[in-house]
Structure formats: C-alpha cells, structure tokens
Design a protein around this ligand. Structure first.
Ligand code: G1P
Length: 289
C-alpha cells in the first residue's frame, strides 16, 4: 500500500441553511473570512501539506466553486492592463490547472456517502479529508501537523480537541486507549454520542488522513447517527485492521458552520494579518466601549 498522502477530498455539497439568505444562491464555502472564501483556505492548507490532487464533492447550486478556481480571463486582462499586479497574483491560476476535480454527490445521504463518491479518485492510496467549515488558525497548518503525526503512527489520523461534555452530541468522539498528551490512540470512535454516553470529550474536527480501507465499509451504505451514512462509522469499522490516532493540533479552531464561529473567525483572521491588525483592533475597542 502506498504511504504518501497526495490526494484530498473536500465535501462541499451541504445546503448551508444556517447562513440563509446569504447562501440562497451562493455556496456556503464561498463565504469569505476577511477577503478569501472558506474553500480557498482549505485548499491552501492542503497544498501547504503537500497535497497535489483535490476532489470537491459538490451538489446542485455549487457551480460558483468551479468558477472560483477557473481562469478569469477578462478580470486578469483588466488587472494586467491597469498594472494591478498584486491583485492579479491573487486571482491567477490557483491551484494550478487540472489539480481539482469535481464530483456531484446527487443525494444528501451523509458525510460518509460524500466521501464514498470519491472512491475512484482515491483508489488504493491514503488520502486527506478536509471539511472547509472547520478552520484552524495556526502557524503550521493543521493538515501539515497531521502529516507529521501520520509519519509517526500511520493508519487513520484525525485532528482532535477537547469539547465541553454537553457538546459531545455535535461531534465524532474518541474512545481513548492511551494518550501521551499530543497523540491519543483510540480503541473506538462514536458519532455524536449523548453527553452521558460519550466515551470521552475528545472530539474529531474536520481534518482526517484515512486509509482506503474505509471504502469497503462505506460500500455497504449503512445508516448511522441521524439516519445518515457516517464517515465516523466507517473509521470505527476498520479499527481491527487500521489503527486510529487523534492528534491534538496546535492552533485555534473556528466552527464556521455556526454564525458565532464564523464571525469569530473573521475577527481572529483579521487580527492575525499585519495589514489589518491595527485598524481592526481599534474598531473592536470602539465597539466594546
Ligand atoms: C462531521 C463529522 C463529525 C465531526 C465534525 C467536525 O459532523 O460527522 O464526526 O466531529 O464533522 O466538524 P457535522 O459537523 O458534519 O455534523
């Protein structure tokens, strides 16, 4: 089995109902944090981690995502004629042509089903999954940190963080066998357990490095929590043959699937930018007066 992680799958078929009316005609992955859409942060993080091929699992109404990563001839020509080289650099060929493929999920049957749609793209290689809603502001990108952990432990690796017990029903939760404070070895993983049933409070965030073995389980199309085909269940099903580790990543995570998380991400990413930090800090202080 190959070990280098070259491919990433990004599920982007969700309707984004929590952000209506903004997402009525615009994919939620196009929502900007400061001046860049969520999807671009995800692709940049993956590229920085060495990913060479991307598959976006899309659905109806997601065409703007394809336009965003396409050559925008008129725009580029106009910027070139006006000598706006910095802006030109921002919109030109990212990522390089032919690195992204698109696949429509067709039916919203769950995250596991979305990943299953990428089986012929992944084939027999380990691959990464990024959920663009989850942003991690970090010096070294979250997926790069996971690649390091993966080089140490192999198998399936997920990014994890502690959550309050009353929130376990929002996440995949690890059943921890051993834990060195950085990497936790799991003997199980459960999707969205009730607080009283949760085996721990160590929750999976939207970054995975997975072995293709999960497809054998996803092929069965078994429904799990919420009546959906769950990625978590496929990871749990391969535990006998593929070890699972959770990496406590360094960085600040934002749940951009929620409005408060999205607003917080905008503030944090702006404050982290040299060109904006001062003005944004002043504006916030003014607001909080
Ligand atoms: C998905 C996964 C869940 C994970 C979460 C991270 O849930 O099913 O295991 O903890 O992403 O954001 P969703 O947020 O799509 O309900």
């Amino acid at each position: 089995m190959k070990t280098r992680v070259r491919k990433a799958v990004l599920p982007v078929a969700g309707l984004g109902t929590r952000f209506l009316p903004a997402t009525k005609c615009m994919p939620k992955e196009m929502l900007p944090v400061v001046d860049k859409p969520l999807i671009q942060y995800a692709i940049e993080e993956a590229e920085a981690a060495g990913i060479e091929q991307f598959m976006l699992i899309t659905g109806r109404g997601k065409n703007l995502l394809e336009d965003h990563f396409d050559h925008a001839f008129e725009l580029e020509r106009t910027l070139e004629l006006r000598g706006r080289l910095k802006e030109l650099e921002m919109v030109r060929d990212f990522p390089e042509p032919s690195k992204i493929q698109y696949m429509r999920q067709q039916q919203a049957l769950g995250l596991g089903h979305a990943i299953w749609c990428a089986r012929d793209f992944v084939r027999d290689e380990p691959f990464a999954v990024i959920l663009p809603d989850d942003m991690v502001l970090a010096e070294t990108g979250c997926l790069s940190q996971m690649m390091e952990a993966y080089a140490e432990v192999g198998g399936n690796v997920v990014a994890v963080g502690e959550v309050p017990r009353e929130h376990t029903n929002r996440y995949g939760i690890l059943d921890v066998e051993s834990d060195d404070g950085r990497i936790a070895k799991a003997r199980g993983v459960v999707e969205k357990p009730a607080p009283e049933d949760a085996p721990s409070t160590l929750s999976v965030i939207g970054r995975y490095i997975l072995q293709p073995d999960i497809f054998a389980h996803l092929d069965k199309k078994q429904k799990g929590a919420g009546g959906e085909i769950q990625l978590t269940d496929a990871i749990a099903a391969t535990l006998g043959t593929v070890p699972l580790h959770g990496l406590r990543y360094q960085g600040q995570r934002f749940d951009c699937g929620s409005k408060a998380g999205f607003v917080a991400a905008n503030v944090a990413y702006a404050l982290a930018r040299e060109d904006m930090e001062k003005d944004v800090r002043l504006a916030i202080m003014e607001l909080l007066k």
